[in-house]
Write a protein that binds this ligand. Structure first.
Ligand code: ACM
Ligand code: ZN
Length: 766
């Protein structure tokens, strides 16, 4: 009996030890990491040792002990004087900088040493990742290990928009906890925007009391919400009191998270204007916006008005007193400068300051903001539009419209933070939109985030030093709950953590996925919401010399791809993908991700191909294709690849002009039909052409009309895909010209009277 008992006990200890080992899956990947034999047990005989005079160490020790108690019930402070110690040691450690740490676990001690408390805090965070995720009320087993670690970048940021939706202080703290767990150090708090002002300002109380509340139209999607009308109760919103802000700032500081506040000016200020109409050029009263309908609203401050600058002086003084951060974010993005053109004060300012135009007026405004901020011994950071009209002398640039702004700023010896929409806008989809919760658009999967490299190739060695780091942004037009916030950042913020912390050469997609599984289990235990992955198969069609093929891939962890080409739903009995698929005829390819013999894609990815007589033939355009919608290159209309329901994919876009395309078939071919495939997407200003004219020519110069086909659908149709087609008795043709007539946005549309877009995917010649 006895031996059997010991045998079972032995097994128990063995598995305990193994499971402890398995759980050491630290994200972000440390610089160096060694797992050793044995373990340290945190129990009622373990005490915490630290030098109470070390700067911030006492608070850090309390934070540490609090965490240990929360997962085990063990109070390290009650065990003072015992021989088994966890020691927090501030000392000189070469080569690991301000935020680095050493974590050494042996059977008799755990020692975290660092040059600063920040490093100690990160050592703790790594240690926490070896512990159970939730309370166990048992001794804690920490495997023996040695970690030497420090970050790659000094700006490791996460942003949260609390204007489009107000989030409680509890959610903000949870967000900061997540950031701290993955060693982010900068929380960019987007506190004001057109749809809500979220910070109490003592001198201007109406900013929060009026600007913080709007009429509730949450039941409608952002772009379709009606504006508020007088008399409707503004019931939706909230704001943070200065007392709450102070608490959150302190909460973050304890976790080595600095909060960079953003009060977005001079644009995105409709909520402030609702509170104080004197701030705008027109000075007309208005109500806080309920969503994306800006018709007749002012969203810009008036830089021609001196009282606006006095207001900003007061507001920013209060903000700077609340936030100890080195950086203050002034926004500066997306200013529609047309109201300034019609404002006598703005025009007078332009004249008085000898400014060239409204771009320079924006620059004038930003430079005055910088003076104000620098006068208070802080640094100004703004979105990349602050480059327009001339950059303020010491400004730091946050590059969001791609990396171009960041590259330009670094070349001018200005600091930059990289936060390009693609791939670090976390309000974008992370999986197949067909199966994900509604999001604003875009597609930034976990893998794309993981593969992001913040240092652009365009910068030389010297210039790369200006890249402070990177940040993900979470705009909340489509995010209204704490659960959704979690879902959109998890697990993508773990991927970004590794981008900004770990050495570049240590990044490894498969290894990251292996480690991620442990974090998924922790999320499950803690009840955190997260995306389980992008299971949409990526179908990459390509055409070369008139031949078509497709490569298929999946991001799914340990995933395989199964596909069909006969239009049927792929199953586990379908073909397994091993090499590029040749496309020899018109067909639809459908594909699913499979993990552990289970189909993970709820909806198969699919791609249509058409074989026809113009495949691979040269197309010339009278009006150029928009550089934003190039599809797969200049001959996209003759590549055999039909557009998908994703606007960016395989559609050629033409803005405000007609699509006039001429195809040279190279030789006379016997033709009897021509089709132009077009898209309508009303909300994105994309309309089917009014009509398509089909013409042919023998010499490429003199064209003869076959027919003009009118659009049979209403211009108010929300979404449509339509093939404009002409058929005729077969004849020999060498040149074809199609002319698709553009539309203006129709009456009632948010762009009424402005030029629309034409989107086309293929000219099919048969
Ligand atoms: C931004 O996304 N407007 C900075
Ligand atoms: Zn003005």
């Amino acid at each position: 009996m006895l031996s059997k008992y010991f045998f079972i006990l032995g097994l128990f200890f063995l598995s305990l030890h193994l499971s402890a080992q398995q759980q050491v899956n630290i994200i972000p990947q440390p610089v160096s990491f060694h797992l050793n034999n044995g373990s340290f047990i945190i129990d009622n005989k373990t005490s915490l040792k630290f030098n109470a005079s070390g700067k911030g160490l006492k608070e850090a020790a309390r934070f540490f002990a609090g965490y240990i108690e929360s997962v085990s019930g063990i109070n390290l402070f009650e065990n003072a004087g015992t021989s088994k110690v966890i020691e927090l040691k501030l000392e000189k450690v070469p080569g690991i900088g301000d935020e680095g740490y050493l974590l050494i676990v042996t059977p008799v001690s755990i020692i975290i040493s660092a040059n600063s408390t920040a490093g100690i805090i990160y050592g703790m965070q790594s240690l926490f990742q070896t512990l159970p995720a939730v309370r166990t009320n048992a001794a804690l087993t920490v495997p023996c290990l040695e970690i030497r670690d420090y970050p790659r970048f000094k700006w490791r940021g996460m942003h949260l928009d609390v204007s489009r939706h107000f989030f409680s202080p509890e959610l903000v703290k949870e967000y900061i906890d997540l950031m701290a767990a993955y060693k982010f150090n900068t929380f960019h708090w987007h506190l004001t925007d057109d749809q809500g002002w979220r910070i109490e300002i003592k001198k201007y109380p109406k900013l929060a009391q009026v600007g913080g509340w709007r009429v509730d139209h949450t039941d409608l999607v952002w772009g379709q919400r009606p504006q508020a009308v007088d008399g409707e109760a503004p019931t939706y919103g909230g704001y943070y009191t200065q007392q709450q802000i102070k608490e959150i700032v302190a909460y973050a500081a304890l976790r080595n998270v600095t909060i960079v506040p953003e009060l977005d000016v001079p644009g995105h200020s409709a909520a402030a204007i609702a509170a104080y109409p004197f701030l705008s050029c027109t000075q007309q009263p208005q109500l806080p916006l309920t969503g994306g309908n800006y018709t007749g609203m002012s969203s810009n401050l008036c830089p021609g008005s001196d009282s606006v600058f006095l207001f900003l002086q007061d507001v920013y003084s209060e903000v700077i007193n609340l936030f100890p951060a080195q950086y203050i974010h002034i926004g500066g993005d997306e200013v529609d400068k047309s109201p300034w053109k019609n404002c006598t004060k703005c025009q007078a300012r332009i004249k008085a300051e000898s400014l060239k135009d409204e771009d320079e007026l924006q620059s004038y405004f930003i430079k005055r903001m910088e003076k104000l901020i620098v006068g208070k011994h802080r640094k100004m950071i703004g979105w990349d539009e602050i480059l327009e009209g001339g950059l303020a002398p010491e400004a730091t640039v946050m590059s969001w419209r791609g990396e171009a702004g960041g590259i330009a700023a670094a070349k001018m010896n200005h600091d930059v933070v990289m936060t390009p929409g693609n791939p670090v806008y976390f309000d974008h989809y992370q999986g197949d939109p067909a199966t994900e919760p509604l999001a604003i658009g875009g597609f930034n999967s976990l893998k794309r985030v993981y593969e992001y490299e913040p240092i652009p190739k365009e910068l030389d060695e010297q210039q790369t030093k200006f890249v402070l780091g990177a940040q993900a942004n979470l705009w909340t037009e489509y995010i209204t709950t704490a659960e959704q916030v979690e879902y959109m950042v998890l697990p993508r913020m773990l991927a970004l953590a590794e981008v900004v912390w770990s050495p570049k050469e240590k990044r490894n997609w498969n290894g990251f996925n292996d480690r991620l599984q442990t974090h998924f289990r922790a999320f499950d235990q803690k009840g955190l919401h997260y995306s389980k992955g992008n299971f949409k198969v990526d179908i990459k069609p390509a055409s070369q010399n008139g031949l078509l093929f497709a490569t298929l891939s999946t991001e799914a962890y340990k995933g395989e791809v199964y596909y069909t080409t006969d239009g049927s739903q792929p199953t586990l009995q379908s073909k397994k993908y091993t090499e590029p698929v040749d496309i020899n005829s018109s067909l639809v390819l459908k594909a699913v991700s499979v993990v552990n013999a289970k189909i993970m894609s709820l909806v198969p990815a699919q791609q249509f191909f058409v074989m026809h007589k113009a495949i691979g033939k040269n197309v010339t355009y009278t009006n150029p294709v928009s550089r934003y919608y190039m599809a797969d290159g200049p001959n996209s209309l003759t590549d055999g690849i039909r557009g998908t329901n994703v606007i960016g994919k395989y559609w050629h876009g033409f803005s405000g002009k007609d699509l006039i395309a001429t195809i040279d078939l190279g030789e006379e071919k016997n033709i009897q039909s021509i089709i132009v495939g077009c898209l309508q997407n009303y909300n994105d200003w994309i309309f089917l052409p009014q009509s398509v004219k089909f013409e042919t020519s023998a010499n490429g110069a003199d064209f003869e009309e076959l027919q003009t086909v009118s659009n049979p659908l209403s211009i108010n149709e929300k979404k449509a895909q339509y093939d404009f087609k002409v058929t005729f008795a077969a004849k020999a043709i060498k040149y074809i010209r199609v002319t698709a007539k553009n539309n203006l946005c129709p009456p009632g549309h948010s762009g009424e009277g402005k030029p629309g877009w034409i989107f086309a995917d293929e000219i099919i010649v048969e």
